[in-house]
Each structure stands twice: as structure tokens, then as C-alpha cells.
Design a binder for this molecule. Structure first.
Ligand SMILES: [Zn+2]
Length: 258
């Protein structure tokens, strides 16, 4: 085996949607001792396809890794672990992974990087030998992702900026061949959204829905529910920084400039 280029294969789960793009990407890392990253939702045909792919390449599964506990990532991980009788590793809990944890097989070394922001338990997985980064839902192959805690999210992106990276393997969408440019694009995008939100507030929009409609005017309205989460994350960050005042009014979040 060439240690600089461990075998990495991608199988996309059949769960396409607006949020999951073409479906959840499952990655098989290693040729003989294979680690499966993000087997996705528990879809029997997909889990079977993973096991068959491992067998076809003459390998055997030794572990399953999950980037985070969302429904399109974790259930298939747990199910595949049970089917194959191998451990499932994810962030936290007894025996769980933490920042800097290392998973070692005969083929490859994989390092866990705690990257909260999309989800508080989110890990990216880094393969130093290939300078490959598996980003789950932190960075997608297309478009941008939903954010829970924006401050944590931006910190996570900045942590990834210091890694030597050749390629990003996202949880959804195509491979990213210029990783650092993509990370910078994500950072810039968030700052632009922040500026747009501040402009909407300056224009007198207060209600969350009105801010979302203004900022995401060019985005499919079916995604406005998810966009509202991102705008809320921005407002929480801005309030923390003392730049916006938020309040709940009749079950609705309202914000204004102080
Ligand atoms: Zn997710």
C-alpha cells in the first residue's frame, strides 16, 4: 500500500432531498482493513451495498465512524456496526471520541477533529497521510450548510484552515478539490449573510420571518425553514456581541438594532 494514498471509495445513500443533496455520502477508507464513515440513514439496501463493496475489494470492515448524530448520518452507522459486529465511534459518551482521538488500522490513521457549529457533537475526520478531510455536514460539496451555533461554527472553520489539505470529502455533494478556497468561501459567505441581516434590520424588518424573506429572497422558499435556523444563529451571535437586541413576542423571535 502506498501510505500517501490510502484507498478511499464513496457510496451515496439513496436518500436525496433538498437538504441532503444527492444523498448522504458514505466513505470507505482503507483497502484491507476498511473504516466506513457516515453510513447514513438506516437503509437496508445501502448498508448491504457497503458490505458488498468492502468484500469486492477483498477487505473487511473494522470500524464505523459517524460525524454527528443527525438522522441522515447516525442510524445507518449504528445499524452497520451491528450487522458487521464492529465498533461504532462518534463524539462523546463512554468510550466516545474527542478532539484529537486517533483511529488506527493496518491501512490508515484517522484523526478526529471536534468541529461544533452545525451540531454540537460534530467531528471531522482527518487522514494526515492523504491530507484528506471528511467534513460531514460542516462543509458540503455544494451550497452551504445549516448552522446551530454560529460562533462555534466559525471557530471550527478557522481550525480547519491550519490543516494541510489536499481534498475535502463532504457528507453531501461532490468532492472539493480546492479545500482552503472552499473554507474561505464559507467564512466569507457567513460574513456576507451577517451584513445582509444587519441591512434588513436597518430597513426596519424585525420579525424573524421577514428577515429570512429579505435575506433569502433568492433561495427556494421550501428551504426557508432551514434558513430561519441559520438567521437565528446569526442573531444569537450578534446579540452576544451586543450588536443586536432580540426578544420573543407572541412566540416569535424579533430583533432590532440597539
Ligand atoms: Zn447534519
Amino acid at each position: 500500500m502506498d501510505p500517501a494514498s490510502p484507498v478511499i471509495r464513496c457510496l451515496t445513500a439513496p436518500n436525496p432531498s433538498l437538504m441532503t443533496l444527492s444523498g448522504t455520502n458514505t466513505y470507505l477508507v482503507g483497502e484491507h482493513e476498511v473504516v466506513a464513515i457516515d453510513p447514513g440513514p438506516a437503509i437496508a439496501s445501502h448498508l448491504q451495498a457497503i458490505l458488498e463493496a468492502v468484500e469486492r475489494q477483498g477487505g473487511h470492515l473494522v470500524a464505523v465512524l459517524a460525524t454527528h448524530s443527525h438522522a441522515d448520518h447516525l442510524p445507518g452507522s449504528l445499524a452497520l456496526g451491528r450487522m458487521a459486529g464492529v465498533p461504532v465511534h462518534r463524539f462523546g459518551g463512554a468510550g466516545g471520541l474527542e478532539d484529537g482521538s486517533v483511529i488506527r488500522t493496518a491501512d490508515v490513521e484517522i484523526r478526529a477533529v471536534h468541529t461544533p457549529g452545525h451540531a454540537s457533537d460534530h467531528l471531522c475526520f482527518y487522514v494526515p497521510a492523504a491530507q484528506a478531510l471528511f467534513t460531514g455536514d460542516l462543509i458540503l460539496g455544494l451550497g452551504t450548510t445549516v448552522i446551530g451555533d454560529l460562533g462555534a461554527y466559525l471557530d471550527s472553520l478557522r481550525r480547519l484552515q491550519v490543516l494541510p489539505l489536499r481534498r475535502i470529502y463532504p457528507g453531501h455533494g461532490p468532492l472539493v478539490e480546492e479545500p482552503q478556497a472552499k473554507i474561505q468561501e464559507y467564512l466569507t459567505h457567513r460574513l456576507e449573510r451577517e451584513a445582509q441581516i444587519l441591512r434588513a434590520l436597518e430597513a426596519g424588518r424585525e420579525q424573524l420571518g421577514a428577515i429570512v424573506a429579505a435575506v433569502y429572497a433568492d433561495v427556494d422558499p421550501r428551504l426557508h425553514g432551514a434558513a430561519a435556523l441559520s438567521v437565528t444563529a446569526h442573531l444569537v451571535k450578534l446579540e452576544r456581541e451586543g450588536r443586536v437586541a432580540c426578544r420573543w413576542d407572541a412566540g416569535e423571535l424579533r430583533a432590532r438594532l440597539p
